[in-house]
Design a protein around this ligand. Structure first.
Ligand code: A2P
Length: 362
């Protein structure tokens, strides 16, 4: 059986809608595809290059004779039906946070830790193989790690300070609609009407909407970036902090990343490491001030990386030392900075999930 039957759970959602596309674009070997959602969407018809699909309500019976279940319907559905699908023999790739920190469940960024998938789970022939669950990491974490992991491997990372600029898509299709509606309303001179988010979204930005721990002051998104990165790296020595902000952008996240490496590097060293990194495209044109943007990243499968530079605050001699550098004597520092952008719905969600499935069904 080389072409697994596939169930997409949450097929009508922001991420679910991308699943068919990314399966198609990556030429994934698809058997029968079943599109599942809530009972509200049952009967809805999805026309796609891969076929015409009538959405069905998700039930425990939905996973019979399915080998791959791509879950993207929120933590509650994942918790209740993920184990049911795995018990029915499915490889479950779960986009929610339900299982990410479960020590028994691999949390995978294919460019970083494919080796965390047990060898016994891999193979197209599922006969005799039990079902299993794999977790897709948080979108900001994935996008950050695709860019930082090559530097971690080449130079070691001591500390990472990340500021995010996160799109509406991370909060689902309704949040994207809220941004569109509010933008129209405000331009028409009407007040913005917040529904999903507490704050007005059009022409505004605000601290990430996830729950905030009053003791530490970190919200759940910021905690995920720390805890998930450590799990994916398989070690917790890298000191990480994040400030996560929602910006009025539809579907690609940006992140400003400040690192302290374990050894001095030049900008050329950074370029060399990033140029050969899987999943990275360098967009770093200093002469023309052209760098990653959410619009450039939207719809693409790569994480765009730019503003590749040394951090004057971590360089002996500061800005003067950086300015005095020449080609013959380039500046060196352990402090480096990047600005990255990645499509939250693709690399941050659907694409990463399909890439995980590719590691299994190969
Ligand atoms: P539906 O469209 O029928 O509500 P998003 O992340 O964009 O908000 O999408 C959430 C996805 O999860 C949608 O496809 C949604 O389906 C699906 N979903 C919500 N509740 C359930 C449920 N009880 N069972 C299955 N799918 C659900």
């Amino acid at each position: 059986m080389s072409h697994p039957n596939i169930a997409i759970v949450g097929a009508t959602g922001a991420v679910g809608r991308e699943m068919l596309d990314i399966l198609h674009r990556r030429n994934f070997p698809c058997g029968r595809i079943t599109c599942l959602a809530s009972p509200r969407s049952a009967g809805q018809v999805i026309e796609h290059a891969l076929g015409t699909f009538t959405v069905q309500a998700t039930t425990p019976e939905s996973f019979k004779d399915v080998q791959l279940a791509l879950f993207s319907a929120g933590s509650g559905i994942s918790k209740s039906l993920g184990p049911v699908a795995a018990a029915a023999g499915c490889v479950v790739v779960d986009n929610s946070s339900a299982f990410r920190m479960d020590p028994a469940i691999p949390l995978i960024v294919p460019e970083v830790n494919p080796h965390h998938i047990p060898a016994a789970w891999i193979g197209t022939n599922r006969a005799g193989k039990p079902g299993c669950i794999l977790a897709n990491p948080n979108c900001s974490t994935i996008i950050m790690l695709v860019a930082v992991h090559p530097l971690y491997q080449a130079f070691g990372v001591e500390r990472a300070v990340i500021s995010t600029y996160q799109a509406a898509s991370g909060a689902g299709a309704m949040a994207m609609e809220e941004l569109r509606d509010q933008t129209r309303d405000v331009l028409d001179g009407k007040p913005a009407q917040p529904k999903i988010f507490k704050e007005p979204y059009a022409f505004n930005l605000f601290s990430h909407n996830s729950a905030l721990d009053p003791v530490t002051g970190l919200n759940v998104e910021e905690q995920k970036m720390i805890l998930e990165s450590h799990k994916i790296w398989g070690e917790d020595s890298v000191r990480i902090t994040a400030m996560c902000i929602r910006v009025p952008v539809l579907r690609a996240h940006c992140e400003s990343i400040n690192l302290t490496l374990k050894r001095d590097v030049t900008v050329a060293d950074l370029h060399a490491a990033l140029a050969k990194a899987p999943g990275v495209t360098i967009v770093d044109d200093r002469a023309n001030n052209i760098f990653p943007t959410p619009l450039k990243a939207s719809g693409g499968q790569e994480v765009l990386v730019g503003r590749i530079r040394l951090d004057p605050s971590q360089t002996p001699g500061g800005l003067n030392a950086l300015a005095a550098a020449t080609e013959a004597k380039p500046a060196r520092s352990r402090g480096v900075e990047l600005f990255v952008s990645g499509d939250q719905l693709l690399k941050g969600a659907a694409q990463n999930a399909v890439q995980i499935a590719e590691l299994i069904f190969r």
